[in-house]
Design a protein around this ligand. Structure first.
Ligand SMILES: Cc1cc2nc3c(=O)[nH]c(=O)nc-3n(C[C@H](O)[C@H](O)[C@H](O)COP(=O)(O)O)c2cc1C
Length: 357
């Protein structure tokens, strides 16, 4: 259990608020994706192998612990629990934004702790605005990857959050050219990720042409950083920013639609509101290579390793069960034919002129 007192302070605000239901988008779109049950499975449950290759690394299942933390003692403790679980089960893991450690080297250990564990895919993390402002180029990017003995770097896009933050960095001009330079010079894969508002097809196509290795869609339906910033602003007595944040709390492209659109152009990691192994299976059926979960792991990580391990095991077991109960024998068999799309997500597909059936 992580003690309350080390979850206090500015850097910990996001974690504290993310644990509350107030951090969530009002609608989880994954519930609209339903599998068609097959009463006569074709393989034995134990035969179903979930091993996959993601960004050239072999994972025991297509599950990645999402980018969240580091940069303060509570973050180090959370990263340690998550790293133990990722290594024990052979899952991928991403750390939170390492910007703080670039500015203050004494914080490096809060991220580099994950390098002590044998994790098959370790992903470093930095914000797009840092690239746009020229603060992070290929050389700093290399340092970030080395800091965690990583295999890839995720560049996160969070402009909706930056709009709401009083100290937000809304400089975006120059981001595309900075990204292009990074992709050209880096000798590790670059992932571009959103943080709750999703990635559209046009952007995915541009990123693919540029040589970006994968997107992590961070679609709408789960953690909403505009909602989180609205809570922070209210707490700080900044009513103006609180109002802006509340108006944008449900902003963004539904995560399932974002997966469907992005996966036409490049390898796609699904994220945004993924809660369990059934959601992971839904994402794979829509075209994702893997799925990442942030809040779902955070809820358990603050309670300790055992809770987190049991949860991660349940995700893997549920994913295997979906393959079984849809009458399939491999992960690759999970595709559009296995699902129906209902409700608001179906309306979004139709409104975007996406033929589904
Ligand atoms: C407490 C917390 C901190 C986060 N910090 C980062 C971060 O530093 N960098 C990043 O790329 N994404 C960050 N995210 C965003 C997640 O990686 C993810 O895109 C988003 O939370 C949606 O996934 P979820 O609905 O599973 O939480 C953070 C999420 C949470 C919950």
């Amino acid at each position: 259990m992580i003690p309350e007192d080390i979850l206090r302070g500015r850097k910990a605000d996001h974690i504290r608020i993310a644990l509350s239901p107030d951090s969530q988008h009002p609608y989880n779109f994954w519930d609209d994706i339903r599998f068609i049950h097959n009463p006569i499975p074709e393989a034995d449950l134990e035969e179903i192998d979930l091993e996959v290759e993601v960004l050239g690394r072999r994972l025991s299942a297509p599950v990645i612990i999402g980018c969240m933390t580091g940069g303060f003692e509570g973050g180090r403790r959370i990263n340690e629990v998550l790293a133990e679980v990722a290594s024990e089960l052979g899952l991928g893991m991403c750390v939170g934004s390492q910007r703080a450690a670039l500015e203050d080297p004494s914080l490096r250990g809060t991220f580099s702790v994950v390098a002590d564990y044998d994790i098959p895919l370790r992903i470093a993390n930095i914000g797009g605005p840092q690239l746009a402002m020229g603060k992070v180029g290929p050389e700093q990017a290399r340092q970030l990857v080395d800091m965690i003995d990583g295999h890839a770097l995720a560049v996160h896009l969070n402009y909706a959050q930056e709009v709401v933050q009083p100290e937000g960095e809304t400089r975006a001009r120059g981001l595309m050219s900075a990204l292009r330079r990074l992709v050209e010079e880096a000798d590790f894969p670059i992932i571009v990720k959103e943080t709750g508002c999703g990635i559209d097809g046009v952007t995915a196509k541009k990123l693919s042409k540029m040589g970006v290795a994968a997107v992590d869609v961070g679609g709408a339906g789960g953690t909403s950083f505009t909602a989180i910033e609205a809570v922070r602003a209210r707490e700080a007595g900044n009513d103006l920013k609180a109002l802006v944040g509340e108006s944008f709390a449900d902003w963004g492209i539904p995560a399932p639609l974002s997966v469907y659109l992005s996966s036409r152009y490049l390898d796609t990691i699904a994220s945004g509101g993924i809660r369990n192994g059934v959601d992971v299976a839904r994402a794979l059926a829509l075209g994702a290579e893997a799925a990442s979960m942030a809040r779902a792991f955070l809820l358990r990580a603050v309670k300790g390793k055992e809770e987190t391990l049991t949860f991660a095991r349940s995700v893997v077991e549920e994913l295997r069960a979906v393959v079984f109960l849809t009458g399939n024998s491999t992960l690759e068999d999970l595709d559009e034919d296995e699902i129906v799309v209902l409700g608001r997500t179906k309306e979004w597909f139709e409104a975007m002129d996406e033929e589904w059936w």
